[in-house]
Every structure is written in C-alpha cells, then in structure tokens.
Design a protein around this ligand. Structure first.
Ligand SMILES: [Fe+2]
Ligand SMILES: [Fe+2]
Length: 269
C-alpha cells in the first residue's frame, strides 16, 4: 500500500501564507510515501520564489518528486529564458528534469514538459523523453504501480474553456501504454478532475487514469477552491481523495474509488 500526495501549481510569489501553513499541516497528517508536485512551483521563476518553494518542500521531511511548469521558466528575463531556462529550478528543486522514484510497490517518473520557446505557456514531450519513459519502466517487475507526472495535461477538462494539451501527448501515452503506466498526474489548469485517457485518445487501448490537481496554495483560482489530491494505492484498488480548502482547512471530499480487473481500472460506487 502506498500513498501519493499530488500537489500542483503552488505558485510561490502568488501564494496565500494561510494556505501554505494549512497544507503543511494537512500533509503531515496524511504522511504520504511520496509528494508528487506537478509543476508551477513559482510564479515568475524568481530566486526568492524558488527559495520559498524549496523551504516548503524541505520542511515536509518527505520524499518529493517534482517537475517544472511553464511558470518555473523566466518569462521577462529573455536572456535567462533562452540560455538558462531551468538553472534556478535545477539549483533549488531538482537537478534532474525527469526525476524517477521507485520502491518495492511504486514507480513514479516525472517528465519536464515546460518549454522556453512556448511563450503562451504550452508544453511538450520530446522524443528523448519518450525514450526515458521506456527505459525507466521497462526493467521493473509487473506488480509495481507505474505513475507518470507532468505539468501539462494529456486530456481536456470535462467542462469550461478550451485549452491546449501537452504536445506529442499521444506518442507519450502510447509509450506509457506499452510501459504499463497506470496513472498520469498533471496540473497547469488549476482545476481538479479525474478521468481515463481513452475518453479523449481513442487510439489508446489500455486503461490509464488521469488525476488533475487544482492549485494548492496560490491565489490564481479558476472557479474552484484550492485543493490537492491524496491518492491511496492498494492494488487492485485505488482511491483518490480531493482535499479542498473550505476557508479554514483542507477538507477531504468523498473519495473516487477504482478497482482494477482484467487490466482495466473501473470506477467503484
Ligand atoms: Fe499554474
Ligand atoms: Fe502552468
């Protein structure tokens, strides 16, 4: 059994300090095996923002796997954006843009989808990253739950304004399908939802669940409260509980439960 806290779009620089303190408390109570951060740790990739993000993650005292988001690349500092876009991210958060976590039950791969050339903040997976995906998961035993973490989404939100998806997403998912990936975690939209990639990508035959997380602690809301996902992995069962800010604390909502039968994740209840 493993628990992943899926936290996204912290946006230090636009954070609400009360939410930061409450999230820290809530995560300590949840005591996850891993905190997966799906990008946008900062607002403008400034040094003090990265320092705050680093301090927050370090103070948790938990294993953390993070990927950068489009906001973790400088926007206005053009020279830095073009020449050294991820320098600060690598210095303060992770030296590896495509980090990997593995233990006896769980394997989690993060892929950096932020791109310095995407001025609108869109994201993309590269061909070398697809190769990383293949090579990371291939040698692992079949029983491990396999999780992919990106900032940019693979599937559209079920409602609301149209938005772009991660570039080369279908090829990424085809590699994920072949690698036995069970779950994709992403952010960027500041909206939480759950789905199966096959509802949008009909070429994918394997059941791969998607969990999108809202913005955890930033004031950049998109019509829903701050939240994060707490995902309990207990094969063949899985439950995702959204912890949503109610004005005073992160309150757990009713969990969404899945059961895997015949290699297919089916929703329970
Ligand atoms: Fe964001
Ligand atoms: Fe973003």
């Amino acid at each position: 059994m493993r628990t992943i806290a899926h936290v996204s779009d912290l946006h230090f620089g636009r954070e609400d300090p009360a939410l930061v303190a409450a999230l820290q408390e809530d995560l300590k109570g949840a005591a996850p095996d891993l905190v997966a951060v799906s990008g946008d740790l900062t607002q403008r990739a400034r040094r003090r923002e990265f320092e705050a993000a680093r301090d927050f993650l370090q103070a948790l005292g938990m294993p953390v796997l993070a990927v950068p988001g489009n906001h973790d690349i400088p926007l206005f500092d053009v020279a830095r954006r073009l020449l050294r876009p991820l320098d600060r991210y690598r210095q303060y958060i992770h030296a590896d843009d495509n980090p990997f976590y593995v233990d006896a039950e769980l394997a989690v791969l993060g892929l950096n989808t932020a791109r310095r050339t995407a001025l609108a903040g869109d994201g993309r997976i590269s061909l070398p990253q697809i190769e990383v995906l293949r090579q990371r998961f291939a040698p692992l035993p079949p029983g491990l739950v396999r999780v992919l973490v990106t900032h940019h989404p693979f599937v559209p939100a079920p409602s609301g304004p149209a938005h772009t998806l991660v570039g080369r997403g279908l090829e990424g998912l085809q590699a994920a399908e072949a690698a036995g990936v069970d779950i994709v975690l992403a952010g960027h939209l500041h909206r939480g939802f759950t789905g199966d990639v096959r509802t949008h990508h009909v070429a994918i035959k394997r059941s791969i669940l998607v969990f999108q997380a809202g913005t955890a602690v930033s004031t950049r809301l998109r019509g829903e409260p701050n939240s994060y996902n707490l995902i309990l992995l207990d094969p063949p069962r899985l439950a995702c509980t959204v912890h949503a800010w109610d004005g005073q604390r992160f309150r757990p909502l009713a969990p969404t439960r899945f059961l895997k039968t015949d290699d297919e994740w089916r929703r329970e209840g």
